[in-house]
Write a protein of this length. Structure first.
Length: 202
């Protein structure tokens, strides 16, 4: 067997790369969307229907309420998770960066690092990594219940850290039908989207 010798081009060492068997592709909505938990099938929701500063975030049955409608805004190497009807974004309470920190609405600021999330695709589901803490958007105690709080937690690819999108309640069934089981590949990459969708890759 001929031993492998790395090639050198302009002084750079080029090594062979292990490529995935099939590239993961996914689309991120550019307009208003519901964000559903892949485990509970419930929506990201601002508590008690409020859209105001310091409102805590929870999961709740999807109702198409204004407090469940979100859009993604590019900012600082990631996205803001902005309410589609008001200038409030999802962020950790008090700018916290430790596991189990709850999430709340705060006035959107594209320069505020604590508001920035990196979306990573795993087949047709997604995870949200809080950029400044490297923790993931999770449901407290992996609960299936309505009104369970949303928190930061160590990224483990647990079921409660997987999310998917539906334009509205009527579209949920078709969105679920398009989902595939998340892979166990722990080296998930940020998705680079085609020209008809927002590019949110790092």
């Amino acid at each position: 067997m001929v031993p492998f010798r790395p090639h050198s081009i302009l002084g750079l060492i080029i090594l062979p790369l292990a490529l995935p068997a099939k590239a993961q592709t996914a689309t991120i909505p550019t307009g208003q969307t519901l964000i559903l938990n892949g485990n509970s099938q419930k929506c990201i929701d601002a508590f008690n229907g409020a859209i105001a500063a310091a409102t805590r975030m929870q999961q709740f049955p999807c109702l198409d309420g204004k407090n469940q409608q979100w859009q993604f805004v590019q900012a600082n190497g990631g996205v803001l998770m902005k309410n589609a009807n008001a200038n409030f974004c999802i962020a950790p309470v008090g700018g916290g960066s430790s596991p189990q920190t709850e999430l709340e609405l705060t006035a959107c600021d594209s320069k505020a690092a604590q508001q920035v999330w990196v979306i990573k695709a795993n087949n047709n589901q997604f995870s949200f990594t809080h950029k400044s803490s490297s923790l993931c958007l999770s449901v407290k105690d992996q609960s299936l219940n309505g009104e369970a709080r949303l928190v930061l937690n160590t990224c483990t690819q647990s079921a409660d850290q997987n999310w998917f999108f539906a334009r509205n309640v009527a579209n949920i069934s078709s969105a679920q039908a398009g989902m595939t089981k998340p892979s166990n590949n722990k080296d998930r990459k940020s998705t680079r989207l085609n020209s008809s969708h927002t590019d949110i890759s790092r």
